[in-house]
Design a protein around this ligand. Sequence first.
Ligand SMILES: [Zn+2]
Ligand SMILES: [Zn+2]
Length: 331
Amino acid sequence: MKFRALRSGWLARLLNPKNERCLGRETFVRVAQVEGGNSLPDPTITQELPPLAMKLKFYGTRGSIPICEPGFQEFGGNTTCLQITFKDSNRIAIIDAGTGIRNLGRDLQAIGHHQDQIFMAFTHFHWDHVQGFPFFKPAYDPKQKLTLLTLGKEQIAKNLHEICEVQMQSEYFPVQLDRMGATFEFMQIEKASKLFTGLDNVNTQFTTNLHNHPGGAYGFRMERNGKVLVICTDIEHGDQIDPNVVELARGADLLVHEAQYTAEELQQRRGWGHSSYDQAIQLAELAGAKRLALTHHDPDHDDVFLSRMEKLCQERFRECVLARESMELEI
Ligand SMILES: [Zn+2]
Ligand SMILES: [Zn+2]
C-alpha cells in the first residue's frame, strides 16, 4: 500500500504544474506521509526506498528544431540535452548538446558546480543534438577539461573531433573549437565504463546499441549502484519493435525513449527516423521497464496536444510521463 502511495504521489506531483518539478528523495517521503492521512509518519518508511544512484534532468525535450512560441512552454522549446548526476559523487555527465545545453551551462555556473572534467556523450550529430554546443559556457573556461564521447564503436575519436571542429568553422560561428578555451579530449565509449568506474570507484557499465535513424544513432544503457538508466532517442522501428533495443532496455528502472509522432503521423512519415507514442510504450512493455519518460517532442505538438497524449499514454502504461524542460527524475 505504501509503495502504491509513493508511486501515485510521484506521478500526481509531476503532473500538477503548480507543484515543484524537482522531485527528490525528500519529496517521495513527504508525499508518502501526506497520503498516509491521519496516521503518524512512519519513521521506517525511508527503508522502503531503494538507494538513489542517478538523477536525470531534461534541459531540452524538443525534437528537430527549437521552438519559442507561447503554448509550448510547459513542455519546453529547447532541443535535446540531458544531464545525469551521479548521486554518490555529485558528478555530472551530459547527453547531447542541443540548445538546452546553454541553460545547463548557466545553471552549473549559477550553483558554483565545480568539476575538473565534464563528460559529454552524443547519441548522434544531427543539428538538434549539437547546435547548442557553441553556447556552453564551461567550454570557454581555460581551467575546464571537457571529454567528448562517441557512443559508437564504429566511430573513432578522430571523427568526433572533426565533427565538432567543422560546426565551429569560421563560416558558421565566430569562435573556433581550438580557441574556445577549455581543454578538449575525444574518446570512444568503449573506454567509458573503465573511465567512469575509475573516477570514484563505483562500478559503472555502459552498453550502447546502434539503431535505425538516418545516418545512424545510438541508444545506451547505464548501470550503476544496481540501477539501470536507458536512453534511446531518434529511432525508427520497423514493422516490429527493434529486438536489440528491447534487450538494451530490459528491466530498466527508467527508460527514456523518443515519441515524436502519433501512430497516424508515423504512417505519413516513414523514413524520417522517429517513433510513435504507441511504439515507445510497446517497447517499455516488452522490456519490462519500470518507468518510461517520453521525449523529443515534435515542434508541431503544443502543450495542449502533449498533455492529451500524456493522459492517453498513462491509461496504457501507468508509470509514463512526457518529459518537460527542467524536469528531474531520480532513480
Ligand atoms: Zn533529434
Ligand atoms: Zn536525429
